[in-house]
Design a protein around this ligand. Structure first.
Ligand code: NDP
Length: 265
């Protein structure tokens, strides 16, 4: 089946942070299936290797369809400035120039604000917000020199709305929304488009305690116009669009993929 040229991203190279599992892994798989060479990232080299082995099997069938793709790993902590600088330099030297960056690594820590410690606060801020600044800045330094690039920051429906017990997470994701718009403003003149993708409630390791909580799980289904939890695959189409030439004049936007949840009371 022919791909419309506007959606053709075969041959591009993409780094997805936090892609050893969950949403990041599904997004990396989607990029690979679209013909991209992908670089997986996480902190645990063993887990990364297993995640890469899984995708390498798929790379065979992508190649059979006429595209040359490869799967790579880059283990570094996205909250640590020097590791990020060294990690990105090493990736570009080993794999090649990055065309697409997905800032996906993140965490969630549910607790009432009054019980949230200083350490908890700094950890969630570093993981969900500072990471996108550090990795984004390092990659954009190179993309601005080359005059093109796509950056997608994984925001959340909690960039818009909040519930009790999740204020720090929502604060990081709300700030990530504005960081996305700021990156768009600063780097747009250099041919870089920066957008956000805002997932609703998606079943992953991060949300497992919520999925297993029958009362909460029923609430999610009832509150979502689509009537179900999201699956990681639900996010892939939106990412491929934002990473493609079809979105060359789209920047600073947050595309919510949430079964309609952010739109209803
Ligand atoms: P998971 O917990 O399943 O996966 C998180 C990934 O991030 C893992 O690969 C983990 O690997 C990696 N990671 C965490 N911290 C770091 C770090 N400091 N450096 C490098 N890698 C790191 O989460 P999800 O897949 O559910 O979430 C992915 C993103 O999507 C997050 O930003 C989350 O906030 C967002 N999101 C998720 C929603 C959901 O319902 N699941 C809804 C809305 C947004 P390792 O631990 O090995 O380092």
């Amino acid at each position: 089946m022919a791909t419309h040229p506007l959606f053709d991203i075969a041959g591009r190279t993409a780094l997805v942070t936090g892609s050893s599992r969950g949403i990041g892994h599904a997004l990396a798989r989607g990029l690979l299936e679209a013909g991209c060479t992908v670089v997986l990232n996480g902190r645990d080299p063993e887990r990364l290797k297993a995640a890469a082995d899984e995708l390498t099997e798929i790379a065979g069938s992508v190649e059979a369809a006429g595209n040359t793709t490869t799967v790579h790993t880059a283990a570094f902590d996205v909250t640590d400035g020097p590791s990020v600088t060294a990690g990105i330099a090493e990736v570009e030297e080993r794999v090649g120039p990055l065309d697409i960056l997905v800032n996906n690594a993140g965490m969630q820590n549910r607790a009432p604000l009054l019980e949230f410690t200083d350490a908890d606060w700094h950890q969630i801020l570093d993981t969900n917000l500072t990471s996108a600044f550090l990795v984004g800045r390092e990659v954009a330094r190179r993309m601005t020199e080359r005059g093109h690039g796509k950056i997608v920051n994984i925001c959340s429906l909690q960039s818009e709305v909040v519930r009790p017990g999740i204020a720090p997470y929502a604060a990081t994701k709300g700030a990530l929304k504005m960081l996305t718009k700021g990156m768009c403003a600063d780097w747009g003149p250099y041919g870089i488009q920066v957008n956000g993708l805002g997932p609703g409630y998606i079943e992953t390791e991060l949300t497992r305690p919520l999925v297993e909580d029958e009362k909460f799980s029923t609430w999610v289904r009832g509150r979502t116009p689509a009537g179900r939890w999201g699956r990681t695959e639900d996010l892939v189409g939106a990412l491929l669009y934002l990473a493609s030439p079809a979105a060359d004049f789209v920047s600073g936007q947050i595309l919510y993929v949430d079964g309609g949840m952010t739109s209803v009371l």
